[in-house]
Design a protein around this ligand. Sequence first.
Ligand code: NOJ
Length: 760
Amino acid sequence: MRELRRRTLLSAIGGTAVAGGSLTAAGAGIARAAPQRPSPVDPNIKKLLDRMTVEEKLGQLQQLPWAVSTGPGGSETKDVEDAARAGRLGSVLNIFGAKSSNALQRIAVEESRLGIPLIFGLDVIHGLWTTFPIPLAQAASFDPEVTRRDAEVSAKESRTNGVHWTFSPMMDVTHEPRWGRVAEGCGEDPYLTTAFAVAKVEGYQGEDGSGLDSKDHIAACAKHFVAYGGAEGGRDYNTVDVSESRLRNHYLPPFKAALDAGVATVMASFNTISGVPAHGNSHTLTDILYKEWGFEGFVVSDWNGVDELIAHGFAEDGADAARLALNAGVDMEMASTDLAKHGKKLLNGGRISERRLDQAVARVLRLKYALGLFEHPYVDEDDAIDKPSAEARKAARETAARSMVLLKNDGKALPIEKSARSIAVVGPFGDSDDLLGTWTFPGAAKKFPSGKVLAAVKAAAPHAKVTYAKGVNAEGTDTGGIPAAVAAAKKADVTVVVVGEPPAMSGEAAARSDISLPGGQEKLIEAIAATGRPFVVVLVNGRPLTVGSWLKSAPAVLEAWHPGLEAGNAIADVLFGKVNPGGKLPVSFPRTVGQIPCHYNHESTGRPYSADNKYTSKYLDLPPDPQFAFGHGLSYTDFEIGEPKLSRESVSARALRKGDTLEVSVSVRNTGRRAGDEVVQLYVHDIAASIAQPVRKLRGFRRVTLEPGRSKTVRFRLGAEDFGFWTNAESGEFRVEEGAVDIYVGNSSEAGTKRRLTIT
Ligand code: NOJ
């Protein structure tokens, strides 16, 4: 199917597929792709290129923002229209709506000399009208279908409103909970991120072979290329110093898999990669992306990313920045205008080549053909979806509940008993409609804000008396409302404390040095705990939090993340047990900020932690493990995971390299009294390798639903890409070495029984 779609994209413009390795989407890409052959230029594109002036060619490489700015600066709509009319514009971002996009498209198609249509791009990150849970939450579902549903709904809502291209999915693996953009990705693991990246690309672009020109699909963008998640200290846009092996094992796999899934475009990242800014990095953009992987689409810069090569201290001026970016492999410039301004002079001076310019233009035109824009440049204004459909709302509600993680549940405090006669909802997010999370389309946030927890609790418990007291604001030091919240809790059978981070505290340019609950929210929890009355805590946030001392006194904690449009209903579904939570953490929750980086897939050290030995790797004042580990998550029922079985105990490295596989099977049983979901997780650890390996690496997961008393056998198939790793060779070397590998199976990155496999 994947191959079919890839061909469909190409056949739309008469190209031929570049030879690639026989890779599975979830794989790291062991087989090296054949070096890129010069791309055969489609005759239509060739004809068009022959008619274009240099200015018009440079125009195709320019993307300008419309009315909304999602970065510093912006442009006047009048300038955008003039550029479109003059044929000096290839794409516009942040334009939305069938009417306005048609109006601008009409200028490009009917008033410019060659009539080349524009591509309209927008950050549709987790929904347009129908806001799904934030991507980090979606990853917590450990169910890629969740993200596929988001992408399918988003694609339809976007395309009918004139948007052809989303700057999503974000696939930056990160070990930095301080980084605000942890909310936009899938957390700390490359394998999990890969699975979600593929599902999202397929959801946006379609898997059914109908192609990008269908009304149901939009082009996706794999971003940010690459290693952006490694920003020092979690400060956005910051430096990344990364070895080739870390780059290839950790940051690149989701991108490679997205390419294999046919992703149309890639966006360069704001960071440096070992000293060379990503926008000027020919190693990543040309050597790896185009030559090694045979990428067929185009690379768009990030907002002002080309011009920022100057601030990076890499380019001397705008002309230099344009030259460096184009020559490194950036095809389209977003927001800044260095290429359009200086391109002609650079060309005349021989500092950029006509061949490279034509190549970049051909890549952009190829997507325009694939999207069907030459034949159907306009959208039907009567078709525009202008609100979430009932079906889309249902998907938003189900996926939000499916993404929640039950962190703690002492004494089965949750679900709330049906017999509860009085319920107090307290906390700044208890009656808030601001639970959509980061990156929501401004129009959607106003027209379709999130449902409130208070209203949903009232609807779910119609016979109970439900009261509300805010207690404290989400930020600030005022604790004056705490006594009223305490009074409400004292009168209630159970109190639901809804606390967290306002959406603006995560996402782009939203790093925090303190990742605990802001303002007086911890004080509020402590005051409720002091009443001695039953209570549960619901967290709504965009990153891992340090949960602090209040955790001890809270019987139950539900991590709801920023759940999106159906926030209230989805939270109530889980609180009252209509949905049994089955999500797992896609990120470790550190105990303190000082413990960061704190991730499960860290490398082995020469002095691994030992409680009895001072001279081991640890903090004197902290236990070695996180507060909550990657993969952790409870359920209202109990599961038992059996001993894993290997289909064989040894396998040769040679056979693995040739495609041999083995099976790991394990049984999982629901030993409790309710139906529920467990995520069976498989991790590997290569005991001795020529490059120190992570102590555990996720290489398989399966979310299963089981009725009480029922069991299921889960089977994982493992091959070379699960046991091998990339070395530090710049040219890309993937090795499967001989030796012992431990295979762990369990319900989190900490739990698990193991079996040893010998690779001979
Ligand atoms: C900057 C962000 O880094 C990127 O993710 C986004 O797509 C662009 N701005 C456009 O808004």
